[in-house]
Design a protein around this ligand. Structure first.
Ligand SMILES: NC(=O)C1=CN([C@@H]2O[C@H](COP(=O)(O)OP(=O)(O)OC[C@H]3O[C@@H](n4cnc5c(N)ncnc54)[C@H](OP(=O)(O)O)[C@@H]3O)[C@@H](O)[C@H]2O)C=CC1
Ligand SMILES: O=C(O)[C@@H]1CCC=N1
Length: 270
């Protein structure tokens, strides 16, 4: 699936997010012997993958490095990285709210740096990876980063970094909002009288089926919604509640705004 895996992949942090990326890469044929994970707990990651708790003296040749720890740890991690011999061929950062300029200021001069905003469904090959880089990153590194993200799902470049926090709010945080929606649908049905476990099961299966149909139907979600809503029928009555005063759109606009603004605040504090 990937023509040329990095000669070596060094992951700084491998928790909820980077762990999903690695799991998919391994499932797609990445050789575990070519991966090193640094995580303070030293917990094993996957058979054959080396886990270390401290930075090595030197990076193996052809190392692509992924920054997968929390954003506030970047400064300390960068100081540790500076002590390691051998410059990685590229740095991929999945850190939310950490700009290319902030990364560049702390990483080796002239480094190839690509920001990637993944989401957790990458683990099942149905994620979204938004990519951004600046003009200093070489073309070959851009292509290599994109090739690495392709088996994870949809990979799209963002031209304007000013939109990266908004994209993060949409696709990076988005799975959490969808998970909330699934729960809310089930809870609503339970409150109206369905057994809780049955409501949760039907809500999940409904979201799964509807999203698969939305992907495969080749028609807009709006048209698909109209096909469910018979004139004068039940669905229309329900949709009238969601549509009144664009309440669902307004709620989601506020949701994305709050997440986006937090990204901007994180960048200011760094
Ligand atoms: N969760 C998500 O859905 C998304 C997260 N992100 C970004 O991914 C990054 C990680 O988030 P997430 O996976 O949720 O967080 P987790 O807490 O699950 O993972 C953090 C990882 O960093 C490791 N770590 C902790 N301290 C250090 C340190 N000092 N040096 C190196 N590694 C360290 C942890 O080690 P150990 O395993 O030993 O505890 C762990 O593997 C964040 O920057 C976030 O912005 C981006 C998109 C989506
Ligand atoms: O919550 C966060 O900050 C990260 C960024 C996107 C998803 N999780």
């Amino acid at each position: 699936m990937v023509d040329a895996w990095p000669q070596h992949l060094f992951m700084v942090g491998c928790g909820n997010m980077a762990g999903q990326m690695l799991s998919r890469w391994l499932a797609c044929g990445l050789d575990p012997a070519s991966v090193t994970v640094l995580r303070p707990s030293g917990k094993p990651v996957a058979p054959g993958v080396e886990v270390i708790t401290h930075f090595p003296a030197r990076f193996p040749d052809g190392t692509a490095l992924i920054l997968g720890m929390k954003p506030h740890q970047f400064e300390n991690v960068a100081a540790e990285l500076a002590k390691v011999a051998g410059t990685p061929t590229m740095f991929i950062s999945i850190l939310a709210g950490t700009t290319a300029a902030q990364l560049r200021a702390a990483l080796p001069e002239g480094a190839n740096i690509v920001r990637v905003m993944p989401n957790t469904p990458v683990g099942v090959g149905q994620g979204v990876c938004a990519l951004y880089t600046d003009e200093l990153t070489e073309l070959a590194a851009r292509s290599a980063a994109e090739a690495l993200m392709r088996p994870l799902g949809l990979a799209e470049w963002i031209a304007d970094e000013a939109q990266f926090n908004l994209v993060t709010a949409l696709s990076g945080c988005g799975p959490a909002y969808l998970f909330r929606f699934i729960d809310a649908l089930g809870i609503a049905a339970a409150r109206l009288g369905l057994p809780e476990d049955q409501a949760a099961r039907l809500a999940l299966a409904t979201v799964r089926g509807a999203s698969t149909l939305a992907v495969e139907a080749g028609e807009s979600p709006g048209i698909l919604a109209d096909r469910v809503a018979s004139p004068g029928g039940m669905t229309r009555e329900g949709m009238n509640v969601l549509d009144a005063g664009e309440s669902l759109i307004a709620l989601l606009t506020e949701t994305l705004r709050a997440a986006r603004d937090r990204g901007e605040e994180m960048a200011r504090k760094a």
